[in-house]
Design a protein around this ligand. Structure first.
Ligand code: OAD
Length: 254
């Protein structure tokens, strides 16, 4: 990590009227949730075409729930890390207008962020794809001894976490909010995403085309690093975001 780079980002955020964060699985890695595509990631263990498409769920929900159950165990044990709370602090300082996240883990909200657009849904809720009934995942989990996979209390269909599987549309409200926010952002922090899954991957591109300064925070190169990012800061979000907040607080106190 370079302090000089963080100072540039700190100044940009202080000067910007409208800054946004766009996050992916990498921001939650330090909370103990493996990402999807890094070595040891979820897609190394489960082929997404077999376990994470809506067609797979409709065809064989019991099979898909073997993956969902593992995911649930990891998500349940996870707490927000300093990157989540750092973004919440930036919002509190009025230096961030919100977070658009691809994550389904609820950790931005638990870390204190108020404005969170969930592009891929949230695993804390289960929905019935037949009748639309929703239940809290925690309530279903409490009954797993008696009933697994969880069934709809209304029509007995196997429930699905309220997350976007491949082949499903992005929730309309989240999609239009996110694209609208990206169009008016003047700075966008892109944190912990490989940015290869569309349409989420368009969000930094839309922001860039609308004139935003794009900062990428990621230990690795991504498809955004060369063409889209104006500045890439290499390192872990759980270290860089709090270091950025520290820089900002020191500049503001002068
Ligand atoms: P990926 O697994 O594709 O990418 C995670 C990114 O986080 C990589 O670029 C890593 O280098 C980076 N990373 C790892 N550890 C990090 C750390 N400590 N700090 C910062 N960055 C770190 O995850 P996403 O880009 O979120 O969608 O994946 C996008 C979508 O693909 C997900 O929302 C999910 C998945 O399939 C659906 O399931 C619809």
């Amino acid at each position: 990590m370079s302090i000089a780079q963080l100072q540039v980002v700190a100044k940009k955020l202080i000067e910007s009227k409208n800054s946004l964060a766009f996050t992916g699985a990498g921001i939650s890695v330090e909370s103990g949730i493996p990402d999807f595509r890094s070595s040891g990631g979820l897609w190394e263990k489960f082929n997404p075409m077999e376990y994470a498409t809506i067609d797979a769920f409709k065809r064989d929900p019991e099979k898909v729930w073997t993956m969902l159950r593992e995911m649930d165990k990891v998500l349940e044990a996870a707490d927000p890390n300093p990157a989540h709370s750092g973004l919440a602090r930036l919002e509190e300082l009025n230096l961030l207008s919100g977070v658009i996240t691809q994550n389904i883990d609820n950790l931005h909200q638990e870390g204190g962020s108020q404005t969170v657009v969930e592009f891929h849904g949230n695993a804390r809720r289960l929905v019935c794809i037949k009748c639309g009934q929703a239940v809290a995942a925690a309530d279903a989990r409490a009954r797993w001894q008696e009933e697994f996979p969880p069934r709809c209390p209304n029509c007995q269909q196997i429930m699905k976490p309220d997350v976007v599987l491949f082949g499903e549309p992005i929730p309309a409200e989240a999609s239009s909010l996110a694209m609208g926010m990206a169009q008016v952002a003047s700075v966008m922090l892109v944190i912990g995403t490989s940015a290869v899954v569309a349409p989420a991957s368009y969000i930094p591109v839309v922001a860039k085309k609308s004139g935003a300064f794009i900062v990428e925070i990621n230990p690795e190169d991504t498809v955004l690093s060369q063409e889209i990012a104006d500045l890439t800061v290499r390192g872990k979000a759980g270290e860089l975001v709090p270091a950025l907040v520290e820089q900002i607080e020191s500049l503001l106190s002068k």
